[in-house]
Design a protein around this ligand. Structure first.
Ligand code: 8YV
Length: 335
């Protein structure tokens, strides 16, 4: 029996690629240039398993090119908004992701930005490098005290909860908005207050952290009108997906002083960034590095391999992603 063909769209950590090679017949992308739609179509038409990342748009038209041999799309990453999971499901192709292993690292980056924004840390670094440090001054580069601020978390899943744990330790009070209230046992442990009404929460908090996935329902959830609710002393942080915030509206709100600052790790049209954001001093811009630790990337690779192995052994993979409930009838198992 020939080994299943696994096609990996981006260069993965060396240990992960070595182990993948030991287990399966593999095609890697050692140049690490993101594949074009034509290359993805070719890959999906030949593979038993496709291993894409957030930089690959696996839409319905790509999925239509899959041959009958494609059993699994094993995403290297937690978010699957770049994959048409329903189209895959309709063709009987399983989709998996890598949840859990990047939670703490993404929450660390989120907390780092939450601390750095009001304290103007990145701006201060820039000013010093530009020769602007002529010695200590009682009034220069003053920011705002983080302790005592109210943090509003939008999306209280794994990462939102991990951010809440950190925020409590830094003396922020934790508020959250979620589709549904999390169990009391969790919110009481985090001392987190639930807000059913997002608008009301935005008006009440000092910092907002976006930790929800990108879905048709969350796209541009933070728009010009909601940014106005935040107010001129408030900050917004996004380490989830860029399109949850209307990026043009955010740039306008920052420029006009409607909000005090923003810290972003994700963008609406990565790798492009609204040029205005680059010019503004009150913005921290990170290049989508939430899960960028050696440890997370290694463990994401482990998860990919475990999911492939389970499917190859005719078991249900541990990290199966199902289509959104609205489009899927679990009773019939069909969309
Ligand atoms: C990953 C992420 O690095 O896992 C996610 O959803 O946003 C990132 O942290 C990326 O998705 C890799 O595909």
């Amino acid at each position: 029996m020939t080994a299943p063909l696994v096609i990996v769209t981006r260069k993965l950590p060396p240990d992960v690629q070595a182990r993948l090679s030991a287990l399966f017949a593999c095609e890697f992308n050692d140049d690490d240039v993101p594949m074009s739609a034509a290359q993805l179509s070719s890959a999906i038409s030949r593979a038993d398993v496709l291993v894409p990342t957030v930089t690959d748009k696996i839409d319905g038209s790509i999925i239509s090119k899959a041959s009958a041999r494609l059993k699994l799309i094993a995403n290297f990453g937690a978010g699957t908004d770049h994959i048409d999971v329903l189209a895959a499901h309709r063709k009987g192709i399983l989709v998996t992701n890598t949840p859990g292993v990047l939670t703490e690292d993404t929450a660390d980056l989120t907390m780092a930005i939450i601390l750095a924004l009001p304290r103007r840390l990145v701006e201060a670094d820039r000013r010093l490098r530009d020769g602007g440090f002529s010695g200590w001054s009682p009034t220069w580069m003053t920011g705002r005290r983080v302790r005592g601020m109210k943090l509003g978390i939008v999306g209280m899943g794994r990462i939102g909860q991990a951010v809440a744990r950190r925020a409590g330790a830094f003396g922020l009070s934790v508020h959250y908005h979620n589709r549904t209230e999390v169990p009391r046992s969790i919110s009481e442990g985090l001392q987190a207050r639930y807000w059913d009404d997002l608008d009301a929460m935005l008006s009440a908090v000092d910092i907002v952290s976006i930790n929800c996935p990108s879905t048709p329902q969350t796209r541009h959830m933070i728009n010009a009108q909601r940014l106005r609710r935040l107010g001129p002393q408030s900050y917004i942080v996004n380490t989830s997906r860029g399109d949850v915030i209307d990026e043009a509206a955010l740039a306008a709100a920052l420029r006009s002083g409607e909000i005090a600052g923003a810290g972003l790790d994700v963008y609406e049209r990565e790798p492009d960034i609204t040029p205005d954001l680059i010019d503004l001093p009150n913005v921290i811009l990170a290049p989508h590095i939430g899960s960028a630790t050696e440890e997370s990337r290694q463990e994401m690779g482990e998860k990919v391999m475990i999911n492939i192995r389970a499917v190859m052994d005719a078991h249900m993979p541990p990290d199966r992603v199902l289509p959104p409930r609205a489009s899927y009838n679990p009773a019939s198992g069909a969309a």
